[in-house]
Ligand binder design. Structure first.
Ligand code: AMP
Length: 327
């Protein structure tokens, strides 16, 4: 395992994960865990920009740990850990902030979006790409699987690594974003990017009723059953691409193109297939929930492993910037 390439990624514990998080990023975590040495972070200090209630934060952290395990991340093969457990993340973030200019960070989408909503932006939101660069670069990963919305942050991470290397000497490996073209932006029930902030999500652990409710609300055009429909512009069909498989998918596409299926029937098939997909992971999660002490133990062991790597890297960084006096 020592020569295996390294993969690192994370999710913010800000609420229930949706199928955009799953197909855009989390599914890759599971699919790739045999090919890489994997680090999966619970990005709780990133979540602090959104969740400012201790009790709620604690619950959300445990929820995400359960989600990671329920989708199939194996804690024996992979390291699952809390960002906040490794103080090197915030320490390295500070060093990156010292070598980064304000105009450079003003170009970040997340900041521009927050600013355009007319709200006062927190320093944490502004500095978020620096903490993310630290999260990643401490572990020298080769790849970082993410959805398209994180592409710019990976570019900032690479720029920051290059800048540090230029100033202080070769220290950080430049990671590659791993973005799957077909699921880089999973659409929500309104056709826009699925996102908690757009309120257009279908929860990965939603109940049958919640799934049916969300799907039935998907807006469609006014074409009747017999009218030919363009599968490429229909919001329902966009989700069939994720959940409807085999001959059923081909038949559905043919019926869309030739006419012979209404949106109601298409939605019913979609509901059936989403429910079929989420039922086993929902059940796995329910059984994991019965033993929270074991989940906390998995996070404790994960933090120990992550700390070993992060502290070794940080010792090198401290030496390079010149604050270590005894070497
Ligand atoms: P976050 O909740 O921001 O921590 O997101 C976790 C991961 O899900 C990140 O890699 C995002 O890029 C990815 N993601 C979030 N929404 C979508 C979406 N609608 N389509 C594809 N990937 C997404």
């Amino acid at each position: 395992m020592n020569d295996a390439k390294i993969l690192l990624s994370g999710v913010k514990p800000t609420g229930r994960p949706h199928i955009g998080n799953y197909f855009g990023a989390m599914k890759q975590f599971v699919d790739l865990q045999n090919d890489y040495e994997c680090f999966f972070m619970i990005a709780d200090y990133h979540a602090l920009n959104f969740v400012q209630n201790g009790k709620e934060m604690k619950g959300l952290i445990l929820d995400l740990a359960l989600d990671y395990l329920a989708i199939g991340i194996d804690p024996v093969k992979s390291t699952i850990f809390q960002q906040s457990a490794i103080s090197e993340h915030t320490e390295l973030s500070w060093i990156f902030e010292a070598i980064t200019t304000v105009p450079y960070l003003e170009r970040a989408h997340a900041f521009k979006d927050a600013e355009s909503r007319g709200k006062e932006v927190s320093v944490g939101t502004f500095n978020y790409p620096m903490l993310m660069a630290a999260d990643i670069l401490l572990y020298d990963p080769d790849v970082v699987p993410v959805g398209q919305d994180q592409k710019q942050h990976i570019e900032i991470t690479r720029d920051t690594a290059e800048k540090f290397n230029r100033i202080f000497g070769e220290t950080f490996k430049l990671p590659e974003a791993l973005i799957l073209e077909s699921v880089k932006t999973v659409p929500g029930t309104d056709g826009q990017k699925m996102s908690k902030s757009h309120k257009n999500t279908i929860g990965l652990f939603a109940s049958d009723e919640e799934i049916a409710d969300a799907v039935m609300k998907i807006p469609t055009d006014s074409k009747g059953v017999e009218d030919p429909k363009d599968p490429e512009t229909d919001n329902v069909f966009a989700l069939h691409k994720l959940f409807t498989e085999g001959p059923e998918f081909g038949e559905l596409r043919d019926k869309y193109e030739a006419g012979g299926i209404g949106y109601k029937e298409s939605k019913e098939i979609l509901i059936k297939n989403i429910v079929k997909f989420v039922t086993p992971i929902r059940e796995r999660r329910a059984s994991l929930e019965k033993d929270i002490p074991s989940v906390i133990e998995i996070l404790r062991k994960g933090a120990k492993k992550a700390k070993e790597r992060a502290s070794e890297k940080m010792a090198d960084v401290r030496m390079k910037v010149g604050v270590t006096l005894d070497k």
